[in-house]
Design a protein around this ligand. Structure first.
Ligand SMILES: C[S@@+](CC[C@H](N)C(=O)[O-])C[C@H]1O[C@@H](n2cnc3c(N)ncnc32)[C@H](O)[C@@H]1O
Length: 378
């Protein structure tokens, strides 16, 4: 850690600390954006919020922050058969509060003040003051699971600045946790105007406005974003977005589908995702990746390289190294790509060249072609 870098107080289960401590290269210094791109200010109706201080492009780095606190989402507590469900829940909340108190006591005076200055929408539900702040402000941190199943390794991270982001069902930012520097990096997921409010997604947004607002009840507000106020337009669009998953290999060997079928479907989908402001969804990445791969299947290196460049701007996702090799349309990586010209080179059975000769052989020997070009014995 660099001298003077912020410290995170953690409440971990055994094994979680080793997940990052044993990473090659840990720890790395935090990487900050070249120019700070946010400011904190009060709003008339949503408490404190973050705003952009300059025009941002999709993928621009807004801020880097190490959490004030990371705590397990639940502490192991004994279930008492002689207590009611409510009493057992209260017991679990009290136990968690006691665990969090240990970490809180270790925080610096500044960190304690920043933590306690955060909003708390859980004052009336039996949560203690620390658990209340965590439940209102936490970002999910699920990558510290020490190879176990269940809830162990699911964590909540509370930040001084990122936790000030208000919710939107069409959020314009997304955060990525960098394990090596133990910090969150916040990115713009689409172009953002100067002084526009920066927003984040608290709950799943690929569902109806009614479902989203049910999930937001614990935060103590009713969402008034455009998608919620125009639910009759937005809900069917979000349902259509959810209904489609691009599977390149299904299209590539299916002779019944036109050569441009997947390109058209993905472009329509991309438009819907942008109309709904759902750019931070992993599906957005999947659709752009499918567009890149569709171009590769069609032998269009120029088109593929343009989609590869778009994928590169998805800073909030883990962009695979092979995408970088596809940025140059003249790159040799194209000819070596397993999908290169796959759609053009498929034969009469909807299979790739090499498999077509196998199919011929199988048919000659009395086999039949199954629905996806697999050869099944009769
Ligand atoms: C994580 S905090 C966000 C920062 C908070 N506004 C503050 O003043 O510190 C979550 C709380 O902010 C408020 N909030 C967040 N998004 C909101 C929204 N879209 N509309 C109204 N209130 C919102 C709610 O009170 C919620 O419990």
């Amino acid at each position: 850690m660099e001298p003077g870098e912020p410290v995170t107080e953690c409440f971990f289960f055994p094994g979680s600390k080793e997940v990052f401590m044993n990473l090659r290269g840990f720890p790395q210094p935090m990487v900050h954006p070249s120019t700070p791109a946010f400011r904190m200010a009060a709003t008339p109706d949503k408490g404190t919020a973050l705003f952009s201080t300059r025009k941002l492009k999709a993928g621009d780095h807004i801020l880097t922050e190490r959490p004030l606190f990371v705590g397990a989402r639940g502490a192991p507590t004994q279930y008492h058969a002689n207590l009611t469900r409510e009493q057992n829940t209260q017991h679990a909340l009290n136990t968690l509060e006691q665990h969090f108190e240990v970490s809180f006591k270790r925080m610096s005076t500044e960190s304690k003040a920043a933590f306690m200055a955060l909003a708390n929408s859980h004052k009336e539900d039996g949560s203690g003051p620390l658990v209340g702040v965590v439940r209102t402000n936490a970002l999910a941190l699920d990558d510290l699971r020490p190879g176990v199943k269940g809830d162990i390794g699911l964590y909540s991270a509370v930040c001084k600045d990122i936790s000030r982001l208000n919710h939107s069902c069409s959020p314009n930012t997304s955060a990525r946790f960098d394990m090596l520097s133990f910090s969150y990096q916040l990115f713009a997921v689409r172009d953002i105007a100067k002084s526009e409010e920066l927003t984040y997604q608290y709950t799943p947004i690929n569902c109806s406005a009614a479902e989203r607002n049910k999930a937001l009840v614990p935060y103590g507000f009713v969402c008034a974003c455009t998608a919620c106020t125009n639910a009759s337009t937005s809900d069917p669009r979000r349902a259509a977005i959810e209904a489609f998953r691009p599977v390149v290999t299904e299209w590539v060997y299916d002779n019944a589908l036109a050569d441009d079928w997947l390109l058209i479907k993905c472009r329509e989908h991309l438009e819907l995702i942008m109309l709904e402001g759902m750019e931070q969804m992993p599906l957005h990445f999947d659709v752009v990746e499918a567009l890149m791969e569709t171009c590769i299947c069609l032998g269009d290196a120029q088109g593929a390289s343009e989609w590869a460049a778009k994928l590169e701007s998805f800073m909030w996702e883990d962009v695979r190294a092979d995408v970088k090799t596809l940025l140059d349309p003249a790159s040799a990586a194209y000819q070596k790509h397993p999908l290169w010209r796959a759609r053009l080179d498929r034969g009469p059975y909807g299979l790739h060249k090499s498999f077509n000769s196998l199919a011929e052989l199988a048919l000659k020997n009395g086999g039949a072609l199954g629905p996806w070009g697999m050869v099944f014995p009769c």
